[in-house]
Design a binder for this molecule. Structure first.
Ligand code: SAM
Ligand code: SF4
Length: 335
């Protein structure tokens, strides 16, 4: 029997689940984590079997797209077991897309098997093509390893989308290099505005903030951009660069222009469901999950949570004050 699909109070059908499978990471990006991050005790995490059960419940309730994220999803031990488990939903046709967002450090090892599980696209976060700057931004990362991972993904037949966080005073001077590199390599590219998430141990996020409207103006000074009508239900807007034929995305999560079509929710590695990236409200799904092997209570908890999905978020960078800042880190909710 098909369950009634999840729909929130604003008549938005929930089709997209982002699931953070770990809060841990082998990098310490300056805008994402402090260098001395404390991670959750392993016992707090959902097991791979629990993640399977929870994600399968969402698929049964109408989720069509699953994005695995973190922390760094590919550092979670045994994570390929989870991908193999989710492949069954692709095979049955219940799930349309299984994908992941990764820093690329472990892709060289896993790309082939991810492709075998039915993954067709990966988002790889890469903010610079300069090895020294890469190390400065990620603190612990090595650019060469990520480039090898990207090459392995392509060799395995995966499409690659590069996610680049626009960072004032860091990658501003590389704007054209990054765009041209993606054009030459055949990668899609999306720029992301820095969001006020988590305590950065003294780093002022407003110092890192480079608005995408300024970034866009700089692109327009060199190329002809055409707005594309494409919408994904998320905060991305797309343009085509006429000279290169490339599609470029802009994610401005602080603008409110996407909330009305929001089709997504986020699950943390401890089973908390966040109905909005920019709000503190969440529902604990681990308790109903562990309370009974039967899924009835779990389904009811998911439906009750979706019934609380807010209309939109409260981020606001205006007047150089961060309003509506949320205390958790992006690596907790899964970016
Ligand atoms: N570790 C993986 C990665 O880096 O792709 C997946 C998790 S990471 C939290 C997901 C995305 O969030 C990355 O593209 C990262 O650049 C972005 N991100 C992290 N902190 C952010 C922030 N404060 N503002 C905007 N984007 C952020
Ligand atoms: Fe790790 Fe991704 Fe956060 Fe960087 S952005 S610290 S790679 S989780």
């Amino acid at each position: 029997m098909t369950a009634t699909p999840l729909t929130d109070p604003f008549d938005r059908a929930i089709r997209y689940l982002r699931v953070s499978v770990t809060d841990r990471c082998d990098f310490r990006c300056i805008y994402c984590m402090s260098e001395s991050m404390t991670f959750l005790p392993k016992a707090e995490l959902l097991t791979l079997e629990e993640l399977d059960r929870l994600c399968s419940a969402f698929v049964r309730l109408g989720v069509r797209k699953l994005r695995v994220t973190g922390g760094e999803p590919l550092v979670r031990k045994g994570i390929l077991t989870f991908f193999r488990a989710m492949a069954r939903h692709l095979e049955s046709g219940a799930l349309e897309e299984l994908t992941l967002t990764t820093n690329g450090s472990q892709l060289a090892r896993h790309a082939g098997e991810l492709a075998a599980c039915g993954v067709r696209r990966v988002n790889v976060s890469l903010d610079t093509l300069d090895p020294a700057r890469f190390q400065k931004i990620t603190r612990w990362g090595r650019l060469g390893q990520v480039l090898e991972g990207i090459a392995a993904a392509r060799a395995a037949g995966l499409r690659v989308k590069i996610n680049t966080v626009a960072l004032k005073g860091e990658n501003e001077g590389e704007l054209f290099d990054i765009v041209e590199w993606c054009a030459a390599e055949g990668h899609d590219l999306t720029f992301i505005e820095v969001m006020p998430m988590g305590d950065m141990g003294g780093t002022d996020r407003l110092d890192q903030f480079w608005s995408l409207s300024d970034l866009r103006r700089r692109l327009e000074a060199r190329w002809r951009l055409t707005d594309l009508p494409e919408r994904t239900g998320g905060p991305a807007r797309y343009v085509r660069i006429e000279e290169t034929g490339q599609k470029i995305g802009f994610i401005t999560p602080l603008s409110h222009n996407f909330c009305e079509s929001c089709n997504r929710v986020r699950l943390t590695c401890t089973g908390e469901l966040y109905m909005c990236l920019g709000q503190e409200d969440m529902a604990d799904l681990r308790a109903p999950l562990r309370a009974s092997p039967d899924d009835a209570a779990l389904d009811a908890a998911i439906r009750a949570a979706i019934a609380r999905k807010p209309k939109g978020h409260d981020f606001d960078y205006s007047r150089r004050r961060v309003q509506g800042q949320v205390s958790r880190h992006m690596s907790h909710t899964g970016g």
